[in-house]
Ligand binder design. Structure first.
Ligand SMILES: [Zn+2]
Length: 327
C-alpha cells in the first residue's frame, strides 16, 4: 500500500510475514534530480514484491534513487542490494554499516550466541533452531558500498533538507532524519507508536545500550518536531508525549527487574523468564525461541543499565554471568 504523507513524501507498507512487527514503513521522497528511499524490508520475496510494486506505482527510476538505512536490522536493510541501482548512493552510519558487513559472516552469529550463552541462554537446547533468527536469514545478499553519514550531515532531496541525527540505543549506529523547516522526524525504530523498540546487549561497542537509548530520547525531546514517521506502526504527532510514555515504561521495567532480582542471584535468562512480557503466550515456556532470544537480550540491557546506576552487581561463575542487587 502506498500513501502520500506530505507533498512528495510517500509511505510504502512492506509486510513482514510471521513477524510481530507486522509491517515495515518504507518512505520514498521524490526529488528533482535524485529520490531518496528510507529503509527497505527483509530480503524475502513477499517484502521485495511489495516494495518494488510500491516503487513501480510511483514511477520510480531506481538509478535515480538513493537509499538511506536508519539501522542495520534486516527488516530495514535486507533489500538494499536488491533495490540499489548502479548509481544509487546508499547512506548508513559507519558503525551500523560495519556491523552489516560483519553480520554476513557466520563468525558474527557464533559470537552473538556465545555471548548469549554466557548470560544463561540455554544454547545447547536450541543449537539447530538458532539458524532461524531473521537478522541472519533475511540480511542483504551482498553488502553495498555504503556512503557513511554522521550527526548533522545534510541530505537534500527536492525541496527537503534532511539532517542526520545520531540516536544510539536500539542499535549502536541508529540514525534518524530531521527536516527542520517542515518539522518532520523520520524515526526508524528509535520512537514507535504503540510498541517499544528492542534494546538489547547483542552488540559490541555499547556498554550500556539502555542508558544510551534514554539519552537519545532526551535528545529528540529537545527538538521541534511536528510529525514523526516511524519504521513500524502508525505516524505520530505528539513526540513529547510518546517520549514521556517510553521513559515511564523503562522506569517501570527497571523496577520490575530489580524486584525479581530481590528473589536472589540470577542469570539474565532467568530474570527474563520471571518478568512480564506483552506477548500472547500463557507462560515463558511457550515463548518461541526467537522471542526468548529477544527477551533475554532486552533483559540483559536492563540489568547492565541497573549496574551502571550502581543498583546491581555483576558476578562471574564458570564463565557465566549472574546479577544480584546491591544492598
Ligand atoms: Zn525495525
Amino acid at each position: 500500500m502506498v500513501e502520500e504523507i506530505l507533498s512528495n513524501i510517500y509511505k510504502i507498507e512492506v509486510p513482514l510475514p510471521g513477524n510481530p512487527l507486522k509491517v515495515l514503513n518504507s518512505y520514498f521522497v521524490k526529488g528533482g534530480k535524485r529520490n531518496l528511499l528510507i529503509d527497505t524490508g527483509f530480503n524475502r520475496v513477499e517484502c521485495r514484491e511489495a516494495l518494488l510494486n510500491g516503487l513501480g506505482t510511483l514511477g520510480t527510476d531506481l538509478e535515480r534513487t538513493d537509499i538511506f538505512i536508519t539501522h542495520m536490522h534486516a527488516d530495514h536493510s535486507g533489500l538494499v542490494s536488491a533495490v540499489a541501482g548502479e548509481k544509487s548512493v546508499v547512506y548508513c552510519s559507519e558503525v551500523d554499516a560495519q556491523r552489516i558487513k560483519w553480520s554476513q559472516s557466520p563468525a558474527y552469529w557464533a559470537e552473538n550466541r556465545a555471548h548469549a550463552a554466557s548470560y544463561g541462554f540455554p544454547l545447547e537446547e536450541y543449537s539447530k533452531d538458532m539458524l532461524r533468527l531473521p537478522g541472519q536469514k533475511y540480511s542483504p545478499d551482498k553488502v553495498p558500498a555504503f556512503t557513511t553519514v554522521k550527526e548533522n550531515d545534510l541530505i537534500e532531496v527536492g525541496a527537503y533538507r534532511f539532517i542526520c541525527v545520531e540516536t544510539p540505543g536500539h542499535t549502536p549506529g541508529h540514525l534518524c532524519l530531521y527536516e527542520p523547516e517542515c518539522r518532520i522526524f523520520i524515526s526508524g525504530d528509535h520512537i514507535l507508536e504503540d510498541i517499544t523498540p528492542n534494546i538489547t546487549m547483542f552488540y559490541k561497542g555499547l556498554a550500556d545500550p539502555l542508558g544510551e537509548y534514554l539519552k537519545s530520547l532526551d535528545k529528540v525531546d529537545k527538538m521541534d518536531v511536528g510529525l514523526v514517521l516511524p519504521g513500524h506502526r502508525g505516524i505520530m504527532r505528539d513526540v513529547h508525549r510518546r517520549i514521556e510514555e517510553l521513559k515511564k515504561h523503562y522506569e517501570n521495567r527497571l523496577g520490575e527487574v530489580l524486584d525479581v532480582l530481590n528473589e536472589g542471584m540470577m542469570s539474565a535468562y532467568q530474570v527474563a523468564g520471571r518478568i512480564t512480557w506483552d506477548l500472547n503466550y500463557s507462560s515463558w515456556e511457550e515463548f518461541p525461541l526467537e522471542q526468548k532470544w529477544f527477551a533475554t537480550g532486552e533483559t540483559m540491557s536492563h540489568l547492565e543499565h541497573l549496574r551502571h546506576l550502581d543498583k546491581v552487581r555483576k558476578l562471574w561463575n564458570n564463565n557465566k554471568v549472574f546479577y544480584e542487587p546491591r544492598i
